[in-house]
Ligand binder design. Sequence first.
Ligand SMILES: Nc1nc2c(ncn2[C@@H]2O[C@H](COP(=O)(O)OP(=O)(O)OP(=O)(O)O)[C@@H](O)[C@H]2O)c(=O)[nH]1
Length: 380
Amino acid sequence: MGDGVESIKLEALTLSEGIRQAPVCIIVLGMAGSGKTTFTRSLIQHAQEKFNPYVVNLDPACREVPYAAHVDIRDTVNYREVMKQYQLGPNGGIVTALNMFTTKMAQFAELVRRAGERGHKWCVIDTPGQIEVFTWSASGSIITEGLATMFPTIVVYVMDVQRSVCPTTFMSNMLYACSILYKTRLPFLVALNKIDLQDCSFVLDWMTDFEAFQEAQEEEQSFVSNLTRTMSLTLDTFYENLSTCGVSAKTGVGYAQLLTKILDCVAEYERDYKPVYEKKLQERLAQNAAGPKPVDHVEEDGVAVPLGLGLQDPPPNSGNSVFLMAPGLVPQAAENEEEEDMEEDAKGTAEDQNFHSFVQNHLTAQQSKRDKLQQEQSQP
Ligand SMILES: Nc1nc2c(ncn2[C@@H]2O[C@H](COP(=O)(O)OP(=O)(O)OP(=O)(O)O)[C@@H](O)[C@H]2O)c(=O)[nH]1
């Protein structure tokens, strides 16, 4: 392996060889405003002495972060510039910025590996405010999977307990957490945040006692609440795979227990998930070595089409009796000119008519004035 960060090959890194002091990667996820950034700050503070966290900010759109980040996506990509250059809205800008960062995944992984060698036992990763930017984007998957293949990795899902007192909101939050759990397939710890504002025992009750959740639902008789009831029955298995911990990112309450639970998740990773990720890595290496697989079971040859957006006229002898022009091919200028001419003509005709009737009225008025004058003069 070369010394330069540029020379690193992602596939060359494995858990079993090459990485001796692999730092544990903790990916912090959560709905917008759930308190991810404050939680990250507090986690760093509480883990500093024992785990010397290496800190990564992957939110390109945040203005400030209340911690000193070792790696900050904003140093690599300016998301406002990305918005301007690619003419994107804020969400498109954030996704594209993350995609750009992901092209440097191998270098990023190498930085994390080196951090481990320098004594950072944990790597805490704060993610973008809009959760779907990370959880449903290709780059989010690449980062998560890439880290999980190389380092012990866990997910901490930050949930705002105060916002979750409504059973329907609670269920939406849980469904989201569930989808992330099944997508990432990593040890999953739910940090029930903001317990300084709201006691979190109700969440634990609802997760362990189906009837308690049903009772809470009783007042809501909407379609949504019926759906929520049904969903709560099916989420039982999901709850079994969850570890939860009440914390307050603001006051620091619950963090001692949180650190213990994180270590439990790391043990879970080593026991249940590491073999899966190692197998995945071996499969990918074998696939890469074999090269692209040709398509089999297809008996006919296809006709290749040029890729990209270049629109071309269909061949003149294509035999199409009906030909609808693609919008890009309509001769805009000629079409507009025609329209403009027609508009101009219509305008001209109306103006002519107006002018004629004005002249006519004027002549008529003049004539009647003259008649009147003549009449007056002819009278004795
Ligand atoms: N009372 C209380 N407030 C908190 C706690 N954690 C976060 N907050 C507040 O919740 C708000 C959102 O916190 P952030 O840390 O910015 O949340 P975030 O999820 O990173 O937000 P985005 O990245 O913008 O989606 C802020 O006003 C925090 O001060 C907590 O434990 N208790």
